[in-house]
Design a protein around this ligand. Structure first.
Ligand code: Z5A
Length: 210
């Protein structure tokens, strides 16, 4: 049986990943790819969802150190890859992931990406050569992303950080993207129709190469 493909969406909060994930599922189905599963990180397994709660809901009652945050992200990712992603791909199912390794490199990467080498070493140790087949980076300016997620009622611990933090995350994304293959950058500052048109064009182009 032909194995499935793993497509990942990356970007700042409010870049439109969740919306894009649904849209990609729709356009893949139009191309006859029917076995598709959406996952998000951290999360999408019982244990990984518990870790997600710790990361998102901790109301600053206890300081979370950056190394703790990294290890929690990886603990959740190990659960997801081994329990869901790898077995699904083996069965020919396609996976659309909302965030993956690049998020850790960008969010936990620190100012000017100072922790990125440490994170890359962990990634290699835990996952060897396992990589998504395609990553779509939805690039949004923090100003626009923040405006979008503030429209929601609740904001979580990471979202409550200041604009400078998101500028740093965006810079970290750009620093790390150069090291990986199979990444498409989409301008997510534009309106939804425009973003979706761009995603469709790039996905169809990529489908022709595989
Ligand atoms: N995190 C981490 O630090 N390290 C890691 O390794 C991993 C994660 C894996 C996950 O939370 C948090 O974990 C995240 C990073 C951290 N940080 N925080 N906080 P999450 O999954 O709940 O949050 P998110 O991934 O950032 O999702 P989000 O805030 O919901 O954003 P989104 O999924 O990218 O956007 P959306 O829900 O599709 O769209 C947001 C709103 O904007 C919505 O009303 C849309 O209708 C609207 N939208 C979307 N696109 C457009 C355009 N183009 N124009 C206008 N409006 C739009």
């Amino acid at each position: 049986m032909k194995s499935g493909k793993f497509i990942v969406l990356e970007g700042l909060d409010g870049s439109g990943k969740t919306k894009a994930a649904k849209y990609i599922k729709k356009i893949l189905k139009k191309k006859g790819i029917m076995k598709i599963k959406n996952v998000h990180e951290p999360g999408s397994t019982l244990i990984a969802e518990k870790i997600r709660k710790i990361i998102k809901k901790n109301q600053n009652k206890e300081k979370i150190y950056y190394k703790t945050e990294i290890l929690l992200m990886y603990a959740a990712r190990i659960q997801l890859i081994n329990n869901i992603i790898k077995p699904s791909l083996k069965k020919g199912k396609w996976i659309i992931g909302d965030r993956h390794n690049l998020s850790t490199l960008a969010y936990q990467g620190g100012k000017n990406g100072i922790h990125q080498n440490f994170i890359l070493k962990l990634k290699k140790k835990f996952f060897k050569k396992f990589e998504p087949n395609l990553t779509i980076f939805l690039d949004v300016k923090p100003k626009i992303g923040i405006k979008r997620f503030l429209k929601r009622n609740k904001i979580d611990r990471i979202e409550s950080k200041k604009k400078n933090f998101f500028l740093e995350v965006r810079n970290n994304y750009f620093k790390i993207i150069k090291l990986f293959k199979n990444i498409i950058i989409i301008d997510a500052n534009k309106n939804i129709k425009n973003v979706q048109k761009n995603i469709k064009k790039n996905i169809y182009k990529w489908l022709n190469t595989i």
